[in-house]
Design a protein around this ligand. Structure first.
Ligand SMILES: Nc1ncnc2c1ncn2[C@@H]1O[C@H](COP(=O)(O)OP(=O)(O)OP(=O)(O)O)[C@@H](O)[C@H]1O
Ligand SMILES: [Mg+2]
Length: 251
């Protein structure tokens, strides 16, 4: 079954059609890659799906329900969570606090409950434990009380991934999760993604320029070029596709 469906989605900025007539399907439980040259519309497409930049036209369906007119909050609430090309962390907060931000229904945030510790202490402890487990898996637990600004670029990407997972997602839209990360760590990030798909049944749509890593982990890929979907296929099909080779390598 398709978890996310896009039908003829278009988004323009003035005269520039950044995303033009894009249709695609993301099946539940799959890891799908989204690749294409710089400026081909990949980040814009993620912005459109997550309602940061709503589409001009077309339909977006999540679990069969139209979400094209929903707000970013509502979309997050449905379990559609994204990460950003440039880490969008709260840099003056600790690693642990950043990771706890997306936890839904936090009782301690309700003004009439906040003064009464016993009403939310257990929930907060459970979330902290869950976060600690995730940060450990992502190899950044030892930095839990450091400020996010003190992390390296690669660790920030790991924290963004961990934070996305604390939002209890069904579908993660990841924009270049390994940008600026050393190759070995980049591979570890993808191994984590594969494990999360396996253990938690999550679905991923991943924008990534490091094709040599991406191709080892995705079930299939969409290739964008000048705002449109050029083609779709398995890693083997995409590597052998002459149109893709031309836009990537000028062959
Ligand atoms: N908010 C905006 N206002 C105007 N133009 C924009 C805006 N966002 C993106 N664009 C333009 O839309 C086009 C697609 O940009 P986008 O960032 O989606 O590409 P991308 O495929 O993510 O590229 P990269 O691989 O470099 O991240 C580009 O020409 C870009 O300049
Ligand atoms: Mg981008």
């Amino acid at each position: 079954m398709s978890l996310l469906t896009l039908e003829h989605v278009t988004k323009s900025f003035g005269n520039l059609r950044a995303v033009h007539d894009v249709s695609l399907e993301i099946p539940k439980g799959k890891i799908i890659g989204l690749i294409g040259p710089n400026g081909s519309g990949k980040s814009t497409l993620l912005n459109v799906i997550s309602a940061l930049n709503p589409a001009d036209s077309g339909r977006i369906l999540f679990e069969g329900e139209e979400i094209s007119k929903r707000s970013t909050d509502e979309i997050f609430g449905l379990g559609l969570v994204r990460s950003f090309q440039d880490p969008s962390l709260f840099f003056k907060m600790t690693v642990l606090d950043n990771s706890l931000l997306p936890v839904k229904q936090q009782q301690g945030e309700k003004p009439w409950r906040a003064p009464f510790h016993h009403l939310w202490r257990k929930q907060e402890a459970a979330a902290a434990l869950e976060s600690s487990r995730l940060l450990e898996q992502l190899l950044i637990r030892k930095h839990y009380d450091a400020l996010a600004s003190d992390l390296s670029g690669g660790q920030m990407k790991l924290l963004e991934l961990g934070r996305s997972l604390m939002g209890n997602p069904k579908l993660l839209l990841l924009d270049e999760p390994t940008a600026g990360v050393a190759p070995k760590l980049a591979y570890t990030i993808f191994e984590n993604i594969a494990q999360m798909r396996e253990n938690l049944g999550l679905t991923f749509l991943i924008v990534e320029h490091r094709l040599e890593i991406l191709f080892d982990f995705v079930d299939s890929l969409y290739v964008m070029h000048m705002g449109q979907v050029l083609t779709e296929g398995s890693p083997a099909e995409i590597s052998a596709n002459s149109a893709v080779r031309e836009i990537y390598f000028g062959e």
